[in-house]
Design a binder for this molecule. Sequence first.
Ligand SMILES: Nc1nc2c(c(=O)[nH]1)N[C@H]1C(S)=C(S)[C@@H](COP(=O)(O)OP(=O)(O)OC[C@H]3O[C@@H](n4cnc5c(=O)[nH]c(N)nc54)[C@H](O)[C@@H]3O)O[C@H]1N2
Ligand SMILES: Nc1nc2c(c(=O)[nH]1)N[C@H]1C(S)=C(S)[C@@H](COP(=O)(O)OP(=O)(O)OC[C@H]3O[C@@H](n4cnc5c(=O)[nH]c(N)nc54)[C@H](O)[C@@H]3O)O[C@H]1N2
Ligand code: SF4
Ligand SMILES: [Mo]
Length: 674
Amino acid sequence: MAVNKEILKTTCPRDCYDACGIEVLRENGKIVSVRGDKDHFVSRGKLCAKCQIFYNGVVLDEGERLTRPLKRVGAKGEGRFEPVSWETAISEIAARLGHIVEANGAEKILHAHYTGTCSLIANCFPMRFFYRLGAREVEPDTVCNMAGHVALGYMLGTSVHGFDPRTVKDSKCVMVWGANPSASAPHAHSQWLPEAPCPVIVVDPVRHATAAAAELHLQLYPGSDASLAFAMMHVLKRENLIDREFLANHCIGWDELEPMLESCTPEWGEAETGVPAADIVRAAKMYGAGPALLWLGQGLQRQPMGGNIMRACATLPAICGNYAKPGAGMLYLNGGGQKGVDGDYLVAPHLDNSPDTLSQMDMAAYLENAENARAFLCWNINPVASSPEQARLMKAMSREDLFTVVLDIFATDTTDFADYVLPAASFLEFDDLVSGYFNMSFSAQAKVAEPMGEALPNQEIFRRLASAMGFTEPELQENDADIIAHVMNGMSIDGGFAALKESGTLFPNPEPQLQFDGHKYLTESGKIEIASAAAEADGHPRLPQPGADARPGGGRLRLITPASEWLMNDSYANDPKVEKQLGAATVTINPADAKAHGLSAGSRVRLSNGTGSLDLDLVVSDSVPEGAAMSVKGRWPRRAGKNRANVNALNSGVKSDMGESTAVHGVEVEIAAL
Ligand SMILES: Nc1nc2c(c(=O)[nH]1)N[C@H]1C(S)=C(S)[C@@H](COP(=O)(O)OP(=O)(O)OC[C@H]3O[C@@H](n4cnc5c(=O)[nH]c(N)nc54)[C@H](O)[C@@H]3O)O[C@H]1N2
Ligand SMILES: Nc1nc2c(c(=O)[nH]1)N[C@H]1C(S)=C(S)[C@@H](COP(=O)(O)OP(=O)(O)OC[C@H]3O[C@@H](n4cnc5c(=O)[nH]c(N)nc54)[C@H](O)[C@@H]3O)O[C@H]1N2
Ligand code: SF4
Ligand SMILES: [Mo]
């Protein structure tokens, strides 16, 4: 019999800078291979190593996926369930939620969500349901990047209008500050940076692969970034590399900032940051040499003073006039708005009845108390793995009277605590849209397989819940094809979804975009607010401040828990081949600290603090500076043996200075041999 072979294009919808194009090979309608699209400008025929495994591994494995709605039969946390029909699950959940709304009020229903899938409909549509319901939302960005959003909002009026990476062809320097592309943006690491026509500077306490490949790596102490930025600004001023005309025309507050630079000499900078003064001078001259790009990572602001640090670092492009011209700019994230995506339409804010949001840093404490929350719904998130105060959260989620519903594609630590588990369809199983947040690309997620078992896309699950709860607003029943058509009608893409599926990815703006073209800054003043009255009104300093966090005392270490090259947040750890690549869970410390603590490489150590403890294998390397420790995020507590913990067992949930956001890279731990 002839084999019917087809190749279909789709897109990786994960929370990743790259937004790779994917090619799915099907034989007689069955997926036989998921791989990088040869014609795609990012993937060029190659997915990252983790997705190459995972998308051909457990995602396609019916034995590993959730395929039926489940109802709890065991104790909370045990993960024992019996299958039920969709009708039973939906009607019982709707009845219970309806009862809570009547007896306690909808604000006693808490819901948490984040980055499980970032395709537009599956990530946004469920918000329509929760807005209408009036449930309380755990503000998702508070576990990731909220401090940076708030800080850049003060300065620029937006945090989601970054540089266009295509503009690098005109750059004289790229500076990557507090991001690790070698893990979190693998193709930017292997292609975009090496192909840049200019030197690369990396600023990071950890010498990761991108830092090792850079012309210059400034290996600073964690939390000393604001001082480094001020020392660089001192040099830029001294060397006449600042753009005074730009400052006069487009910025507010230079006159107030300039005197602050006087004492921030490179030698002062070295004492503050640990970076040699000569390297500070060299970096400033490289950055000041002409149009330059500054990439501010999300890891950068996950610190106690993360908001101030973002403001200090983002002052560099302002004083060098690095906006609104080719080769210049700053990037935190690129939002869909720049491409014409109507984000409001996707979530329907006019339905919003909900009370104030809750910081994810406060979630464990909040859930402990029945007065706060009677129900907890989790979708696109695995908080038992990703949230702070892990042990406290598991205990709170063990409350018999906390009605818990979790949507996921796999059984996770979080589904173990659910009363009902609802099986979500994977990205291969429904049509959707993907908007890259680094590149200015816009892509189709195409349905290339039927949903596995009885799994359903998030949006369909919430349509069914909305009906069962008697909600009649048409927005809650809008179908995917209509949503896709509506979004695309608002954008300048010819041929609609069919054309997008055919090409996989398009650039709504075919030419490289100038950041803040025509100097249209989005603050109320229309200028870059180095000095911000809005920040001051919110109780922050009017200007970014130099300064570094106190270095941990008493032999403690500052624990950095960034992205792993083998995991995608808290996903992929259940794939046996990924698990093999990951090997044993480790913590890396500097040789000087190993010596001081009498520890040797390969030994088993315990990290502990007032929040919890975690046992790991020790790696000793000067890839991390003295006083710091590094262990990647994203392992699954339930796969760690009887202790059921990952790095978030040590995370107290301490907040950064802005946005009630996480300061997870500022956590301190003690280390001891086991
Ligand atoms: N210690 C430490 N902790 C951290 C961080 C850190 O740096 N250090 N980083 C933080 C950051 S930046 C983030 S963004 C968060 C991320 O934390 P999470 O959002 O919890 O992590 P993800 O792995 O992105 O997604 C969670 C779940 O979504 C599921 N999923 C995938 N597709 C779908 C779908 O279509 N529908 C549904 N319902 N579920 C789906 C996945 O199987 C996974 O279990 O973690 C934070 N936690
Ligand atoms: N493979 C993989 N890719 C991912 C993810 C993943 O989990 N795995 N997660 C995705 C998500 S949700 C996000 S938010 C992004 C995050 O991606 P990134 O923006 O790269 O953020 P992180 O990985 O948390 O941390 C980046 C770097 O910040 C550094 N850092 C920590 N403290 C400091 C400090 O005080 N100063 C400076 N200058 N640097 C510091 C860390 O050493 C680390 O190298 O990646 C996305 N991509
Ligand atoms: S996670 Fe990132 S690098 Fe990996 S396939 Fe998806 S978009 Fe590409
Ligand atoms: Mo994130």
